[in-house]
Design a protein. Structure first.
Lengths: 239, 239
């Protein structure tokens, strides 16, 4: 085999991983995620003003080789789709560049990569240009599952549906369902609390699940809470 | 400290764990679950005609001490609530007996213990009689997250809700939502397929995720499928 062939083989063996590192607790990562991190060449992390990314790296880094390279991907905090699309394309290009040099890239996601993650947008660009063998998504423990576990609450039982909402948009419509998860409450918490007073729902507020400053507790409907940490979710059970 | 005190201390140190062992792939278990299994005295497994329990044990056993004891808990396959309640009470009594001898018990759950698991029913009996420090729920990777990962599908993105249904009950009502997970389809698969022809939804059928005989694929709406394996779920995306 000449060196050209060897180079080609290395390129085609380069893989793109979406790695779910779990909610924050370093022990809530899977054996498969650890296995991949132990041999990875490049770690891709979306760069924004949020702390989510640095938490994901905190979890991952103890498993990574000492020489691992960090690739920061700019992700502007905007809802302007054309700006977002340009950012995703640029991120996907950088990942492909690395892969063409024969380096495997692991994109880190706090929680699970299939649930409300930038990874899904990168895949829409990368899936058509990579072979199926070059992509591996590694599921992760979600913050909602970890929060439910911490207070020993079922997310759902029996024949009940579970409805997961990324925010509080349309909350009133969904209140007829027995189990709700509101993924990002933050500044909307006072409104959520007000709704529980109306509906009589029980609510668990979970902030920084498995991280420093974790706070998970059943809310008193009479509490007055203002804006909470960005990394907060609410579990609601209608009576 | 006399031996009586020592005995009491051992009893109060006995713990009850709900361990999510993930969907089937032995590598999709968390480091925390492995840590608990490595030191456990008693493994509790619900006994029924389903294979779920033996799969959970297959995943767990490589991590357990060689002398670990298996406690089988009878769980009748019935919807008669009085029979079920009696079975849960009997199971909870057996677990408490072990804990009173100073033995920690790990109840295994395929997937996540907070989602449609017998563990939730046991907790309603055991939580009032144990101290909070004696209970630990360890979240697990769900079959739906693993299925989505295998086909690189997002479960949900952006501001879309995700609705999880334990079966197909009331499916038509939920079809207005963009992302649906039907946890147990089995004999209802032909009806689900028929609905996708009506609504134009894309469907992924996932059978035995991460287990021998795994089959995960995007369905062709024109396919004719009869009853599938009990361990099947469907991911639906409305167009």
């Amino acid at each position: 085999m000449n060196s050209n062939n060897r180079e080609e083989q290395k390129v085609s063996a380069a893989k793109f991983y979406g790695v779910g590192v779990g909610p924050g607790d370093p022990k809530l990562i899977t054996l498969r995620a650890v296995e991949v991190l132990q041999e990875i060449e490049v770690i891709a992390i979306p760069k924004s003003k949020m702390e989510r990314e640095s938490i994901a790296w905190e979890i991952a880094k103890s498993h990574c080789p000492s020489g691992v390279r960090i690739m920061e991907l700019e992700m502007p905090m905007t809802s302007d789709e054309s700006i977002l699309r340009a950012a995703w394309q640029s991120a996907a290009d950088k990942i492909q560049d690395e892969m063409q040099k024969g380096n495997s890239v692991a994109f880190l996601t706090l929680g699970d990569p299939s649930l409300y993650s930038t990874y899904s947008y990168l895949l829409t660009i990368l899936e058509p240009v990579l072979s199926p063998e070059q992509i591996e998504t590694i599921p992760g423990i979600t913050a909602m599952a970890a929060a439910a576990a911490r207070v020993n609450w079922p997310l759902a039982t029996g024949d009940e549906p579970l409805v997961i909402l990324p925010g509080i948009e349309g909350l009133e419509e969904y209140e007829k369902y027995p189990n709700l998860v509101l993924m990002k409450v933050s500044r909307n918490l006072p409104e959520v609390l007000k709704r529980t007073q109306t509906t009589g729902a029980q609510a668990v507020l979970a902030t920084r699940v498995g991280q420093a400053g974790e706070n998970i507790r059943v809310l008193d409907a009479q509490e007055e809470l203002e804006k909470v940490d960005y990394l907060s979710l609410v579990l609601l059970k209608q009576k």
